[in-house]
Write a protein that binds this ligand. Structure first.
Ligand code: GLU
Length: 449
């Protein structure tokens, strides 16, 4: 199914497979980027000569550590913690922490690798990194989560710093976890170093719009793709997978822009509400009460819950996968296109398999890959760092305008780069090449480090 690579790139890819056995998600992320880079090496022989691709594929530093903690009954648990500091050519390592039982080194490396190019696309001075743990926050008490976060940061703190490495949230890590980690970092270091973590609470160094940023940003990106096709969100039926932070604020912005979101999901199943989702209820269920999406039915008898259902079977014009990696396969993608889907914007990281991506590109629908479409979250983290650096806090309106401008800029750069490299409308090519070239140029300028 995959594109043919030329000999140089194939050798590089085989080397990545050999050096990182079993890390299938990392292989997938590397393959997608490398497939776009043939023409770049022709234009820039210095990248080949300085082995920029080989260097980018090897993280600058990988930290793996034990995280011991005690539950409320006093029982001892051991989890594994990770931080992969992938690339610091453009700034301090920046990227979220994921707490989920599926986490292993291959997941953190795929996320960290994507983050390099995503962060480059934002135009902000941030390098790429990612971390997390196989800890499962589901069903844990606040105290258990606190003890886990304290133990996690007690090891990781020595690698962090506002000029070194700045984590934030991802799946399983939100405001509560960032609070516990910031508290422990402050206690150990005896420094109120606001810029060491982003996604902080609004009264202690956080930025307005950070909570909304990934979902709002992804929707702004889709809006730009639609505008480029002389279209808009007005009246469009949309589906958004997931019901976490990204999904919630994607639905909010879709509704603000005149679209109608009819379905969302969690790991148990899909909620379908033909007249449009009740977002305030979803916010209360998920953000305040931490309940399952199935409970939506208690309040809306006319909605449907499809247990273990596949959200992509629901016809829509715009699909925004906002749950997790590889949630749309080739079959799902074909079904979406067949049912009239004209735009896909990825709020999650790498939610579409390579087979699915090919279906979207062949069908020539507007397909916004995650590293471009969901860059609004990390971009707003960088805005939070800016505010921390000058001990300032901006208004919601000002910060949201900045986010929208950044997303418009990312869209424009991807769009124009795709045209320049002979693939008009292909945002995968545009995002990978534009993101890569900035990092590569910085690495060449900084010498062999
Ligand atoms: N985890 C988010 C992402 O995938 C945000 C990272 C950040 O804000 O540093 O980009």
């Amino acid at each position: 199914m995959a594109e043919q690579l030329n000999e140089t790139l194939e050798t590089m890819y085989q080397d990545v497979l050999k050096r990182n056995p079993g890390e299938v998600e990392f292989h997938q992320a590397v393959r997608e980027v490398i497939e776009c880079l043939g023409p770049v090496l022709v234009k820039h022989p210095e990248f080949k000569e300085r082995k920029i691709i080989e260097r980018i594929c090897e993280p600058e530093r990988q930290i793996i550590f034990r995280v011991p903690w005690q539950d409320d009954k006093g029982h001892v648990h051991i989890n594994r913690g990770f931080r992969v500091e992938f690339n610091s050519a453009l700034g301090p390592y920046k990227g979220g922490l994921r707490f989920h039982p599926s986490v292993y080194l291959g997941i953190i490396k795929f996320l960290g690798f994507e983050q390099i190019f995503k962060n480059s696309l934002t135009g902000m001075p941030i390098g790429g990194g990612k971390g997390g743990s196989d800890f499962d926050p589901k069903g844990k008490s606040d105290d258990e989560v606190m003890r886990f976060c304290q133990s996690f940061i007690t090891e990781l703190y020595r690698h962090l710093g506002e000029h070194t490495d700045v984590p934030a949230g991802d799946i399983g890590v939100g405001g509560r976890e960032i609070g516990y980690m910031f508290g422990q970092y402050k206690r150990i270091t005896n420094r109120y170093e606001a810029g060491v973590l982003t996604g902080k609470g609004l009264h202690w160094g956080g930025s307005l719009v950070r909570t909304e940023a990934t979902g709002y940003g992804a929707t702004f990106f889709v809006n730009e793709m639609l505008k480029a096709r002389k279209d808009s969100f007005a009246g469009k039926v949309c589906t958004v997978s997931g019901s976490g932070n990204v999904a919630i604020y994607t639905i909010e912005k879709i509704h603000q822009l005149g679209g109608k979101c009819v379905a969302c999901s969690d790991s148990n199943g899909v909620i379908y509400h033909e007249k449009g989702l009740d977002l305030e209820l979803i916010k209360r269920l998920k953000e305040v009460e931490r309940r399952r999406i199935e409970d939506y039915l208690t309040y809306h008898k006319d909605a449907k819950f499809i247990k273990a259902g596949n959200i992509w079977e629901i016809p829509c014009q715009v699909a925004m996968p906002s749950a997790t990696q590889n949630e749309i396969n080739g079959k799902d993608a074909k079904l979406l296109v067949k049912n009239g889907c004209i735009a896909v914007g990825e709020g999650a990281n790498m939610p579409t398999t390579p087979e699915g991506v090919k279906v979207f590109l062949d069908a020539k629908i507007a397909y916004g890959p995650g590293k471009a479409a969901n860059a609004g979250g990390v971009a707003t983290s960088a805005l939070e760092m800016q505010q921390n650096a000058c001990r300032d806090s901006w208004t919601f309106e000002y910060t949201e305008r900045k986010l929208e401008d950044i997303m418009i800029g990312i869209h424009k750069n991807c769009f124009e780069t795709a045209e320049e490299y002979g693939c008009p409308g292909n945002y995968v090519v545009g995002a990978n090449i534009h993101g890569f070239i900035k990092v590569a140029n910085a690495m060449v300028a900084m010498g062999l480090v």
